[in-house]
Design a protein around this ligand. Structure first.
Ligand code: RIB
Ligand code: NA
Length: 309
């Protein structure tokens, strides 16, 4: 079977507490709401692409437990193909403890669990599908070795690659840059990877040049309410793509919504310029920040203006 967007990445059960602010070390505070949702950067990106109409498959590993079973059902409910979703009894389904403050900002601890057991053997099983995909997307909530391997396999088959180095690690294997057609990260990840401060659009332009210099095809740095900076190719200037101001309720997963949308555009509108894809992806993720939760807030094609398609 053919899939246009393949995501090799993570699934997490999001355990979300809403509180007025994020607690300090050693402090207990009252929150006002708790809910459980489907998250994990990989799965979030895949679900967003699927909701825009992409034919997607998820390559991941969950536990042989209640959360794993319900996650598989969640993929089915979202039209994501699940033949490459493995279940293991060696570890629990990944979990993310998330606190969201009144400004819609968050702090997250992830316990990757079963995600870390996704391995080369699992990737090999996807090869017949992978080589026919249009876009492959990876992040860093699984073993970096597995992510890199997936990106390399895609590269060898001329499948476009999107790499989201999240959460960022300071000692990222330099090979990741060379296998990324689009290297897409947020401001704090860009800071960690480059060692530059990325506190303004100006600084994001500089960081994008540095990331591109390391060998990726193009670079996107997302900047929350400031939109993003897109650097299309070597020797060109990066462009700031602003976004329309919205009232943020919960920004958790906004970056994933952006990347899922980007993968959708790369697969189905490959000829539109990257900057225009980013402008549209800004719009999609802008919808997601206006509602609570991660996947619960991701828009479907029917919720969005037709000019985005
Ligand atoms: O990017 C947001 C995601 O990060 C959450 O869904 C949580 O699971 C963590 O992985
Ligand atoms: Na949201």
């Amino acid at each position: 079977e053919a899939f246009d967007v393949l995501v090799v990445g993570s699934c997490m059960t999001d355990l979300v507490s809403q509180a007025p602010r994020l607690p300090k070390a050693g402090e207990t505070i009252h929150g006002h709401k708790f809910f459980i949702g489907f998250g994990g950067k990989g799965a979030n990106q895949c679900v967003q692409a699927a909701r825009l109409g992409a034919k997607t498959a998820m390559v991941c590993k969950v536990g042989k437990d209640f959360f794993g079973d319900s996650y598989i059902q969640n993929f089915k409910d979202n039209g994501v193909h699940t033949d490459f979703v493995g279940q293991t009894s060696e570890a629990a389904t990944g979990a993310a403890s998330i606190i969201v403050n009144d400004a819609g900002e968050n702090a997250i601890v992830i316990v990757a669990g079963a995600n870390m057991l996704l391995n080369n053997e699992d990737l090999q099983k996807t090869l017949p599908s992978l080589i026919h995909a249009k876009v492959l997307v990876c992040q860093l909530e699984i073993s970096p070795k597995t992510s890199l391997q997936a990106l390399q396999m895609a590269r060898e088959s001329k499948v476009k690659t999107v790499f989201n180095p999240a959460p960022a690690i300071p000692d990222l294997d330099p090979e990741f840059y060379r296998v990324s057609d689009v290297f897409c990260c947020n401001e704090s990840e860009a800071e960690l990877l480059t060692g530059f401060s990325v506190a303004s659009v100006e600084e994001a332009h500089r960081a994008a040049q540095e990331l591109l210099r390391r060998g990726c095809g193009s670079v996107i740095i997302t900047l929350g309410p400031q939109g993003c900076v897109v650097l299309e190719a070597q020797g060109s200037a990066s462009k700031h793509i602003p976004t329309t101001a919205v009232t943020a309720v919960d920004t958790t997963g906004a970056g994933d919504s952006f990347i899922g949308a980007l993968a959708f555009y790369m697969a189905y509108h490959p000829t539109i310029p990257l900057e225009e894809m980013a402008r549209r992806a800004n719009k999609v993720s802008g919808v997601s920040v206006q509602a609570v939760g991660t996947q619960t807030s991701f828009p479907f094609k029917k919720d969005l203006p037709p000019e985005l398609f």
